[in-house]
Design a protein around this ligand. Structure first.
Ligand code: NCD
Ligand code: ZN
Length: 351
């Protein structure tokens, strides 16, 4: 046994599906999965079959999370462009704004021509998280420079996209980005075996893309799960929805690469804790931390997972390094597979 303490992971990109698709996940099951993975704070995305874009939806969701969450949390606001005039009232209630320029599971798109208005009206001190794929990256980065917004490009997955970001980062300190474990640890070649369980947006990349991401991790600010569960039935259907779970496997995968000499502990802390705090101006309580047994070897098994979907694209993978205990604001919330706090223990980090 070799127990070390890490600051609790902050995952700034999850989809806990509550309300809207609670057969896939809800705020309780999703935050239980977070604790099992050493994640002490989650930032939840606005797409749930409908988007959280107005005050009523936002307050409803805040109420649900307040009752059910077992780790700390914050919410994003979505936009279809119709709620721009309400940004002023809504921005204070959320961690940031999420915009989608390419279609994905269950939410509205922001029409491209409204981008300048969104950039102009969203507070400059608050982050805009962008789901962009392909050629739209350049457009967003140009506008970000013009309007001086804090832009965070999420789930960067290709060499080309990361090159564009690295290039603008030289002159624009307001641009940050993240990558997901599935875009680091899986490639297009895995889709043959995974089928629906490897289908995600952005799609899994080529080996040369993932090699480039690994080679430039120093220029990537965070690692996020993009935890986006769908049921087994949905994933084995003829037309599987895109999205993969990830809360329970992110830290073990990173610890395993530590043992392989690929990542240092300081890299893991930077990507999962220090930078998320810096980017979002959030100070996580020092009493929120994880104790991991660095030496424990174990295997990911679908049946052991806490996520309601009950599967992982990493099922059967061998890990070295396991979450033993998780503390939130000084209270032991998780130990050896058991959740020790009641529903509603988790707090909204936006006051
Ligand atoms: C996400 C989902 O299922 O909510 N799917 C995905 O493939 N990543 C939506 C998203 O973030 O695009
Ligand atoms: Zn997502």
């Amino acid at each position: 046994m070799n127990i070390i303490r890490l600051p609790g992971l902050i995952d700034i990109h999850v989809h806990l599906r509550d309300p809207g698709a609670t057969h896939k996940e809800d705020f309780y099951s999703g935050t239980c999965a977070a604790l099992a993975g050493g994640v002490t704070t989650v930032f939840d995305m606005p797409n749930k079959g409908y988007d959280v874009i107005n005050q009523q939806e936002l307050e409803n969701k805040i109420g649900i999370a307040t009752q059910k969450a077992v780790c700390d949390w914050g919410l994003y606001l979505g936009t279809d462009g119709e709620n721009i005039s309400n940004f002023e009232n809504l921005a204070d209630k959320v961690v940031g704004l999420k915009i989608y320029l390419t279609s994905t599971t269950g939410h509205v798109l922001l029409p491209e021509e409204l981008l300048p208005q969104v950039f102009e009206k969203w507070p400059k001190t608050k982050v805009i998280v962008c789901h962009i794929e392909g050629e739209k990256t350049g457009l967003v980065l140009d506008l970000a420079a013009k309007y001086k917004n804090k832009i965070h490009v999420t789930h960067v997955s290709t060499k080309k996209q990361l090159e564009q970001i690295i290039d603008v980062k030289k002159n624009n300190l307001n641009i940050t980005c993240d990558v997901t474990p599935h875009h680091l640890f899986l490639t297009q070649d895995d889709i043959l075996g995974l089928k629906g369980f490897g289908m995600v947006k952005p799609p899994l990349s080529t080996k040369s893309d993932t090699d480039f991401l690994w080679g430039h991790l120093k220029e990537i600010d965070c690692i996020v799960t993009d935890h986006a569960p769908h049921t087994m039935e949905e994933k084995i259907s003829d037309n599987p929805p895109t999205g993969l779970p990830g809360l329970e496997t992110m830290l073990p995968l990173l610890l395993t690469t530590y043992h392989q000499g690929i990542l240092g502990i300081e890299d893991i802390i930077r990507l999962t804790n220090t930078n998320p705090q810096k980017i979002f101006g959030y100070k996580q309580d020092d009493g929120s931390y994880v104790e991991v047994d660095m030496d424990e070897e174990w295997m990911v098994k679908n049946e052991d997972l806490k996520t309601k979907c009950g599967w992982s694209q990493f099922n059967g993978w061998k890990m070295k390094g396991r979450v033993r205990r998780v503390f939130i604001r000084g209270t032991k919330a998780f130990e050896d597979g058991k959740i020790l706090v009641d529903q509603g223990f988790g707090k909204n980090i936006v006051k």
